[in-house]
Design a protein around this ligand. Structure first.
Ligand code: NAD
Length: 341
């Protein structure tokens, strides 16, 4: 099958070319993102493959359908960037890679927690400048602390298990109480209780209309003073301006994010030679207790290998008319228009 890839980097080409030696599709790698102007480039392809920051709106889906595209293959787990109702309307099926490596994201979550707590980012710079003073670098024992996880699916569950290994008490909130999470020692609580009791709160739910700006002025007010907040899920689960106010007041003692609500204009590009125009983002960068990574939690060899394998198998399954195991349905995510802007 002819597949047009958008937004590709050298590592995408490498892993997909290797995986395709078995699958045998015709792959065309474009570096440009998918948008109103570039959708036409898919003409002649039956499938289009996109990543997290390609915003696949209703109008782009119409352009793709007109170009003959029948399948949208997401090379990621999240699907909040796709207008699913519009995809169904124009007859484009959507597939994703639901669980390529929960370890990659869970381990990155721990990297953010440990770095922020022990101030490794600051210590690294100090030592390089010959400054061995410890003032300002004091952390706390993770052992014995209460960590609240919002979302206990694949990634939340692995995060919970790692945290239990550190000797943490783990509280969880999810729409469903999974037996695996209970077996891992997670205590299911109401969201209000999780906010009130947690020393660290980490987000592992998808971005949906219910979770859009879940972390806002009101929820922050319910949190412990000096809470650490971690987001490796999707940027818009956090209201960035509210969190910035929380950081300014000291209510939030530290923030670790791998995702940002307006990351589409920033992440995955080298902007070091330009002036970044996003003042909300630049204010966040000005805090030394804020650690930002550019949506790289997934970025391990194992994850990229699995993403390439599963994406191409999804495409092969569609080509052969098999039931699509990893299909995303419109009912998964109603009314996402507000999150696509
Ligand atoms: P998953 O589907 O296995 O788990 C998500 C969990 O969230 C489910 O248990 C679900 O019931 C729960 N949930 C849904 N709505 C909720 C709500 N309103 N409140 C509380 N819980 C809710 O997904 P996963 O593989 O664990 O991934 C979680 C998220 O991590 C993805 O949606 C994606 O946005 C993000 N992610 C980020 C990266 C990265 O590189 N930073 C990589 C992969 C995934």
């Amino acid at each position: 099958m002819k597949v047009t890839f958008y937004n590709t980097k050298p590592y995408d080409k490498q892993f997909f070319t290797e995986a395709n030696q078995v699958q045998g599709h015709q792959l065309r790698f474009l570096e440009v993102p998918l948008n109103e102007n570039t959708a036409i480039l898919a003409k002649g392809a039956t499938a289009v493959c996109v990543f997290v920051n390609d915003k696949v709106s209703a109008s782009i889906l119409r352009h793709l359908a007109e170009a003959g595209v029948k399948l949208l293959a997401l090379r990621c787990a999240g699907y909040n960037n796709v207008d699913m109702a519009a995809a169904a309307q124009v007859g484009i099926k959507v597939v994703r890679v639901p669980d390529y490596s929960p370890y990659a994201v869970a381990e990155h979550t721990l990297a953010l927690i440990l770095t922020l707590n022990r101030k490794i980012h600051r210590a690294y710079n100090r030592v390089r400048e010959g400054n061995f003073a410890l003032t300002g670098l004091m952390g706390f024992d993770l052992h014995g602390k209460t960590v609240g996880l919002i979302g206990l699916g694949n990634i939340g569950l692995v995060t919970a298990r790692i945290l239990k290994g550190f000797g943490c008490r783990v509280l969880g909130y999810d729409l469903y109480n999974s037996p695996e999470a209970a077996d891992a020692g997670v205590e299911f609580v109401a969201l209000e209780e999780l906010y009130a009791q947690s020393d660290i709160i980490s987000l592992h739910c998808p971005l949906t209309p219910q979770t859009f700006h879940l972390i806002n002025e009101e929820s922050i007010a319910q949190m412990k003073d000096g809470v650490m907040l971690i987001n490796t899920s999707r940027g818009a689960i956090i209201n960035t301006q509210a969190v910035t106010r929380g950081l300014k007041s000291g209510k939030i003692k530290s923030l670790g994010i791998d995702v940002y609500e307006d990351e589409g204009d920033l992440f995955y590009e080298d902007l070091s030679g330009r002036v970044i125009q996003d003042d909300v983002f630049m204010r966040l960068l000005s805090f030394n207790n804020v650690l930002i990574t550019g949506h790289q939690a997934f970025f391990t060899e194992e994850a990229l290998y699995t993403i390439a394998q599963v994406t191409l198998k999804n495409i092969t399954g569609f080509e052969q008319g098999q039931p699509l195991r990893n299909e995303v349905f419109p009912s998964f995510l109603p009314n996402v228009e507000n999150m696509l802007n």
